[in-house]
Design a protein around this ligand. Sequence first.
Ligand SMILES: Cc1cc2nc3c(=O)[nH]c(=O)nc-3n(C[C@H](O)[C@H](O)[C@H](O)COP(=O)(O)OP(=O)(O)OC[C@H]3O[C@@H](n4cnc5c(N)ncnc54)[C@H](O)[C@@H]3O)c2cc1C
Length: 382
Amino acid sequence: MGKQRVAVIGVGSVGSMTLWQLAKRGIEVVGFEQFGIAHDRSAVGGESRMFRTAYMEGADYVPLLKKSRELYKQLESETGQDLLNLNGGLMIGPEDSYKMKNVVKSVIDFDIGHEILDSTQATHRYPQHKFFDNEIIVLDKEAGAIRPELAVFSAAERAEALGATIHRHTEVDNIRELDDKVQVTANGQVYDFDQVIITAGPWTTKFYPQLKNHLTPRKIVMTWYPTHQLENYKPEKFPVFGRICEGISIFGVPTLEGSMVKIGSIDTFGDIEDPSLLHRDISLSELKGINGAVAKYFTELKPDPVRISVHMDGYTTDEHPVVGAVPNLNRTYIMGGYSGHGFKLAPVMGKIAADLLVDGKTDFSIDHFNPNRFSQSQILSN
Ligand SMILES: Cc1cc2nc3c(=O)[nH]c(=O)nc-3n(C[C@H](O)[C@H](O)[C@H](O)COP(=O)(O)OP(=O)(O)OC[C@H]3O[C@@H](n4cnc5c(N)ncnc54)[C@H](O)[C@@H]3O)c2cc1C
């Protein structure tokens, strides 16, 4: 029997980490990416990502997040790059909101280094923010900022150094599972593999149309604001933060390149019909919400952005990803729908992909991410 051959469709956030993990295990792995590595047309661009472990989306993510952090650090040591700066994170919101309850449950149940502050204590320590009496502030000491382009680029190059092949600027048109192999067609050429994993982000439903009603690409807009007090927004003084607000919810990252501060909307800017036709123009009226939040919640930022960038991610209806074998197929797996919070998970998802493809199982609890949860009655059959 020859060496196991695996195709990874889409070398973005999760695809690059999957290639790295499979190459580490000595698998013959081939990645296909329609654009360049770490391009900014889907979910990789925008200079920074939050890494947080006190998790608004549910405490059951914490074991995955802890493993992800370990893998980011491993990738740093394998490549000599600074990818994750663990400068801490503030989770801010009304105490009675379910997201803040998830945050508190995460730090307590999983023994995460933390402090819980009231608005007076937080104002004293973080004068860049304006806090309100009904809010609690949880300092997650295991949080920080990731450099997404560098992380994807580093994982892809490390995978190649370990023997992986990547076809850049090569769009996959079709995937066809047969009894004894899977055929991938890209740029008019047909390739044979033992298994395939689809990590196509917002394009996932091109290969798995049965999920169309449950997985939708959405537009995400990043905004950077100027200040005369840039010193106060360096990583040592300004932890990353996520904040549940009235109107739009927001997040932010310390200044990394040193001339402006990224404060973004957690809420998206609408659904996208066809991810290949993402419009990257933004009008002033679309920025009203985020500019208003910057004026309301910050003391020193000018609420008119000096940099704007437009990206997208695939969102599921329950905002949890789809991870696992495609229903009714034996050799085809899918990982997508990270719903705006998947970058921090990318390394552990790469490991889970390798577990599933090589061992047929993983020790991580992923049953609630099963693609079947949306499509019991709409199973892919060809
Ligand atoms: C601006 C922004 C800010 C975010 N902030 C955070 C954050 O702070 N923290 C966090 O954890 N998450 C954050 N997220 C979410 C996170 O970035 C995404 O959930 C995650 O990156 C999704 O990864 P993915 O691999 O599914 O998709 P992608 O990274 O988009 O990768 C999919 C890849 O597949 C390729 N592809 C698609 N179709 C084909 C084809 N037919 N042939 C070949 N290649 C193909 C695409 O070109 C792309 O490179 C943010 C997302 C955005 C957009």
